[in-house]
Design a protein around this ligand. Structure first.
Ligand SMILES: [Zn+2]
Length: 166
């Protein structure tokens, strides 16, 4: 508990509701995933799930974000840029642009860029299926590991990097 007060003092840009959410997620041994650029909470590790891409160059399992055996997939875009991603059912995304059906890593799903709703940094992609028989859309997100951070990582820092200060 004490470390959370320290955390709060260190990072006054965090709202009380974020503080409360962090405390609650800690009880359940899960972590919030933060935008690495601005520190906004963008997802809860509770919603991480395994969604294999047939295009994955490499698949790895690691214990991270308070969860065991989180699947990390290495995917490469048509420009040859490599990304390590985790798939998650829910995330706070500003979805940018119209859905793109071409070159999707997940066949049957169109993609849009998922940007941080706070600072606009790309976090990953949102994947959406076409409407099913219930007229609803299935969607999930692929988050770029380099662009998100587990809250407990920031907790262990003595000095907050400049980017986390508003
Ligand atoms: Zn951000």
């Amino acid at each position: 508990m004490f470390k959370y007060f320290i955390f709060l003092i260190l990072n006054t840009s965090f709202s009380l509701s974020t503080f409360a959410k962090q405390f609650i997620s800690q009880i359940y041994f899960l972590e919030l995933l933060l935008c690495r650029k601005c520190g906004a909470d963008v997802a809860d590790s509770y919603y991480l799930f395994n969604k294999p891409s047939p295009g994955a160059r490499k698949t790895d399992k690691q214990n991270m974000f308070g969860k065991q055996n989180v699947t990390i997939q290495t995917l490469v875009n048509p420009f040859g840029v490599k990304f390590e991603i985790v798939t998650i059912e829910k995330a706070r995304c500003d979805n940018i642009g119209p859905p793109q059906g071409a070159d999707s890593w997940f066949p049957g799903y169109a993609w849009r860029i998922c940007a941080c709703p706070h600072c606009g940094q790309q976090l990953g992609w949102t994947f959406e299926s076409g409407k099913n028989e219930n007229n609803s859309i299935n969607s999930f997100h692929g988050l770029i590991l380099n662009n998100v951070l587990g809250e407990n990582f920031t907790d262990s820092l003595i000095m907050m990097p400049k980017v986390y200060k508003m």
